[in-house]
Ligand binder design. Sequence first.
Ligand SMILES: CC(C)(COP(=O)(O)OP(=O)(O)OC[C@H]1O[C@@H](n2cnc3c(N)ncnc32)[C@H](O)[C@@H]1OP(=O)(O)O)[C@@H](O)C(=O)NCCC(=O)NCCS
Length: 223
Amino acid sequence: MTVAAAQEPLFSIYDQSSAPSIALLYIGVQASQDIAENSGGYSRTFMTGNRAKKPHFAIREATEADLPVLVEFLIKLALHVADSGPQKLKRKEYQRLMGVLRAALEDESKRLFVADSPEAGLVGMGYVYVYRSQGIWEQVDPEEYRTGVIDDVWVEPEYRGLGIFKALLKRLVAFAEAHHAHDLILEYSATNRQARAVWTRLGFKTTGVHAAARTSAVKAALE
Ligand SMILES: CC(C)(COP(=O)(O)OP(=O)(O)OC[C@H]1O[C@@H](n2cnc3c(N)ncnc32)[C@H](O)[C@@H]1OP(=O)(O)O)[C@@H](O)C(=O)NCCC(=O)NCCS
């Protein structure tokens, strides 16, 4: 299948200065169905280090009121991927991100979910959109072949390892499945080992490589 076409992230988390190569992955629908089970509210008891934690959180669709926090999450995600310290975001860029998120709320093929804790407020987010697959041999059946793209997944550091991401993913998968997506694909930076570990555990396999180079470097290689 064609994975590179028609992808539409909320924003690009891949800073060119780190020139990453990005693994492209996909998961079969069978695995999707497994993840889609039990996609409602969520509450568990967990052990984190030496102390017991009992976070209560619900997974719900994002609303307009959530957008400022979601922009913060996107910024943290971008810094995490670039392995960079804090940077000042231009007002114009902030407004652009708000606009892109707002548009996602209004688009039927897209869904933003948040993990909301009564004690801590928003502690995580996840995004999915479904599009008609571009591969020509995938469109032989009467039913349109669609792909779900998962993107912009973030869980606040102090709430990681508690199952919040899995709870978010269940909702993302359920949405993709309800919109007849047969595959799920996603990208992560080749330097993001944690993402690789998590996605591999969840059944994703590398199916291609997204390569990046400086234009000047390619030009030099051609001389
Ligand atoms: C990746 C991330 C979203 C995971 O969120 P989380 O809430 O901690 O994940 P969960 O607790 O739901 O764990 C999901 C599964 O991955 C595993 N996992 C979680 N963190 C892991 C790690 N660092 N290494 C290996 N496996 C890990 C868990 O064991 C769990 O599998 P299991 O239930 O079968 O044991 C979170 O670490 C994060 O926000 N990272 C920074 C942003 C990022 O890299 N996003 C992904 C970009 S594509």
